[in-house]
Structures are given as structure tokens and as C-alpha cells.
Design a protein around this ligand. Structure first.
Ligand code: C2E
Ligand code: MG
Ligand code: MG
Length: 408
């Protein structure tokens, strides 16, 4: 698409450069807000933006090797270009992106007279790019969702820092029970991630997940949660407690990871638990973007034995089109539908029809975000069998969950 070299070529060329004489200048560029652009204007437009970025880089630099190393990450390597000229071009490139109202980019650069460790030069350019990126998150009024982030959260966009925070247990998995509406017993749970900030407060996912999605590091969280849940299910099994199924949320970016399902299966294998203990929650439109075919993915997940849930049903992301397009196991009615259900007879009629349809198609219906007895009553009358919401329990720590729902 961009006529740039791909990531494989980049890795090969980097290896070839080791021990080579002469100076080298490296530019690391990451397009800002591409996710927003894709969401707002569609993938075709996002692709156009990427092509334009690539052209701009070629125009400014002219000489050098150009690589697209990730979805929206680019690297330029310039051999034997004097420092002044290299820096001047980097400045030109920065200025060109500043002038552009829509397409912004974070840019890091590094020039070295004598190449010793090319990996280090790239790492420095990359680190500088992240500083630039944080500046964007801090200042860009177009991306409202980043505006209130403290620096502490912005640091999480750096994959290395995120990894450290995960291994230092700064991320904590909470559980919210899924309740049978008939007898109010727990029949499973949903895993929900929280971040323990330095001041001791728990930060909710809405404050950091969009950032991690934007910086494409969110899979680290999703796989961490998944593995943590597998380890818990294993431990509960050993203690004779039945704690499953537990559902884990996956962002679109995680679903597009190569060998996604194999990765999940290998984690199940490691803990010797069956995929049938795990529910994969997906919030998705049936849109065949250029990265994955969501229907094929859902089918393969089910073939592998996982339970597949469509989350947030009734919002713009998950809607009726999905139902005829693909088979899945569980449909989660979004809180926005539940909110309406007591006062709005039309909402009740819709819920009843969805329940009927679910029965015909062998799909389980869960209602989420139930806060009042009235809502529960109406939903029960409509035939909803599974319920989640503050009425029963907020998401709680695993210790508390075990005490309240498994130690019986
Ligand atoms: P979700 O999957 O739709 O999860 C339900 C959200 O509604 C949770 O918010 C939960 O705390 C909240 N909730 C449940 N019952 C009630 C209620 O009765 N009233 C109200 N007002 N809220 C209720 P939370 O934990 O802040 O999570 C927000 C979203 O973040 C989740 O929405 C999910 O999309 C995402 N998320 C959470 N954990 C993960 C994760 O590990 N990976 C990914 N990719 N996304 C996650
Ligand atoms: Mg969910
Ligand atoms: Mg939901």
C-alpha cells in the first residue's frame, strides 16, 4: 500500500547493518490517532491517510530506506547523511505534520557518527517518539478521551513500562458475578481489569484502555487477564470449587493478533483447563475490515471450544446485523437497554423479542447493568435468565469473590 519495505525486510536490513562503517540517522514515526480516524471515517480513509504519510516521508527525505514496521509505524534509515542535513529533514517532516489538520504523527530521531549498536540507536529514536506521542495525548483537543490523563497513565503507552507494571501486579483483575435471575445464585463471572495507581486508587478501564488501544499495547492486558483467569480456574478446580465459566473481554486489536486462538489454547494447555470454562467477550460490528473477518474468528473460537459472547448488544457496535451473520453462544444486552426497560414498553417488547429469538437460535441472553429490583423483575418477565449488575454485586476483588460465591 505504501511502497515501503515491510517489517521482515526491516529486521533483515537491521541485522545487515551490524558492524557496518559510517554514520547513520534513524527516524521513528508513529501516526497519531489512527484509531480515531478509522472509527470516525472508516478504514478506507485510514488507509489513505497512511499512504499520504508515506508519501510525505519520501518527499522530505528522498534518500534513505523506508519501512512500514507496524500498522501505522514507520522507520527511515539514512546512511552517510551529514548530521545537519538529517536534522533539517527531521524538522521539515515535523513541520509538515504540524501543518496537517487531520494527520498528526509522533516522531523520534537519532543520528550517530559511528555505528556501534544499531539496536540502541533505534531504541533511542523510539523512546523519543514516545515522548512526542505523550505530548500529543496531552494536548490534542480532537482526542477528548486523552485530555484528562495524568502522566502516570500516559506512561502505560510504552510497551516496556506496561510490561513492568503488569509484572509488578499493578494491574488487578476484578470479578463481577453473573447471576441466575430465577434463584439469584452465581453461575459464573466476568473479569474486569483495574489499574492500581501510585496514590493507591483504583483506576477504571475506561481511563486507560482507549490509550492502550491507541498505542496497540492493549493485548498485553487482555492476555494477562486471560492467563490470570486460567490460573484461578485451575486453582478453584483443585480446591473443589466450581467457578466457571468466566468471561474475559478482548479488544479488537487483540483479536487481530497473529495466532490469536493458538495463543489462547496454549495458555489453557499450560493450566490444563478446558476452553469450555472460558467465555470470550467481543464487542463488534460485523464489518470485514482489512485486518480480520470477525465471523471467521468467532467460528474458529467456537470450534476450539470457547464460549463466545457478543457484548454491549443494542449499542452502535453490536446490533441486529450480527445475528444473522454468525453463530455464537451468549448475547449481552447493554446497560442502555436495561436502563430503559422499566419505563419504556417498547424497550420491553424489544427485550422479549430478543429473548424469543435467542431461544430459537440456542443463544443465552444476559442482561448487564441491572441496578434495581424493578429492572430485574421486568427482565425476568421478559424471560431473561442471566443477570449482571450492581443490584447483585459490583465488580469485586478475587478474594472477596471467592469468599462470597465459592466458599460454600
Ligand atoms: P463491559 O465488558 O461491558 O463491562 C461492564 C461494565 O459495566 C463494567 O465497567 C462494570 O463495572 C459496569 N457495570 C456492571 N454492572 C453495572 C451496574 O449495575 N451499573 C453500572 N453503572 N455499571 C455496571 P468497567 O469495569 O469500568 O469496564 C468498562 C469496560 O472496559 C468493559 O465494559 C469492557 O469493555 C472494558 N474492559 C474491562 N476489562 C477489560 C479487559 O481486561 N480487556 C478489555 N479489552 N476490555 C476490558
Ligand atoms: Mg464485557
Ligand atoms: Mg458490556
Amino acid at each position: 500500500m505504501t511502497s515501503f519495505y515491510n517489517r521482515n525486510r526491516y529486521i533483515e536490513d537491521m541485522q545487515r547493518m551490524t558492524g557496518k562503517e559510517g554514520s547513520v540517522g534513524i527516524v521513528y514515526l508513529d501516526v497519531n490517532g489512527l484509531k480515531d480516524i478509522n472509527d470516525r471515517y472508516g478504514h478506507a480513509f485510514g488507509d489513505k491517510i497512511l499512504t499520504e504519510c508515506a508519501e510525505r516521508m519520501k518527499q522530505v527525505f528522498q534518500e534513505g530506506s523506508f519501512y512500514r514496521v507496524g500498522g501505522d509505524e514507520f522507520v527511515i534509515i539514512c546512511h552517510d547523511v551529514p548530521k545537519e542535513r538529517f536534522c533539517q529533514r527531521v524538522n521539515e517532516l515535523r513541520a509538515a505534520f504540524k501543518r496537517d489538520a487531520l494527520c498528526k504523527a509522533a516522531i523520534g530521531s537519532q543520528w550517530t557518527e559511528k555505528l556501534v549498536d544499531v539496536g540502541q540507536v533505534v531504541a533511542n529514536a523510539d523512546a523519543q517518539m514516545y515522548e512526542d506521542k505523550k505530548e500529543f495525548y496531552r494536548n490534542n483537543p480532537a482526542s477528548k478521551r486523552y485530555r484528562h490523563h495524568s502522566d502516570e497513565l500516559l506512561y502505560l503507552t510504552d510497551p516496556e513500562i506496561l510490561r513492568q507494571e503488569i509484572s509488578r501486579n499493578q494491574f488487578v483483575v476484578y470479578l463481577q458475578p453473573k447471576i441466575s435471575s430465577a434463584d439469584r445464585t452465581a453461575v459464573g463471572a466476568e473479569a474486569l481489569i483495574r489499574y492500581q495507581s501510585r496514590d493507591g486508587s483504583l483506576v477504571l478501564p475506561g481511563n486507560f484502555l482507549p490509550l492502550l488501544e491507541e498505542s496497540r499495547t492493549v493485548s498485553q492486558i487482555d492476555f494477562f487477564v486471560f492467563e490470570f483467569i486460567c490460573s484461578k480456574i485451575k486453582a478453584w478446580g483443585r480446591e473443589g470449587k466450581k467457578g466457571f465459566p468466566v468471561s474475559v473481554n478482548f479488544s479488537r486489536y487483540s483479536l487481530t493478533q497473529p495466532h490469536f486462538i493458538e495463543h489462547l489454547l496454549s495458555i489453557c494447555d499450560k493450566y490444563r483447563i478446558s476452553p469450555t470454562c472460558l467465555e470470550i467477550e467481543i464487542t463488534e460490528t460485523v464489518r470485514n475490515g482489512n485486518d480480520i473477518d470477525i465471523c471467521v474468528l468467532i467460528e474458529s473460537l467456537r470450534e476450539a471450544g470457547f464460549i463466545v459472547t457478543i457484548d454491549d448488544f443494542g449499542t452502535e457496535y453490536a446490533n441486529l446485523a450480527l445475528l444473522s451473520a454468525v453463530e455464537f453462544d451468549v448475547l449481552k444486552l447493554d446497560k442502555s437497554m436495561v436502563d430503559d426497560v422499566v419505563s419504556n414498553p417498547k424497550a420491553q417488547a424489544i427485550v422479549s423479542s430478543i429473548v424469543d429469538m435467542g431461544q430459537k437460535m440456542g443463544i443465552q441472553i444476559v442482561a448487564e447493568g441491572i441496578e434495581t429490583e424493578e429492572q430485574l423483575e421486568v427482565l425476568r418477565t421478559c424471560g431473561v435468565e442471566l443477570a449482571q449488575g450492581f443490584l447483585f454485586s459490583k465488580p469485586i476483588s478475587v478474594d472477596e469473590y471467592e469468599k462470597r460465591y465459592l466458599d460454600k
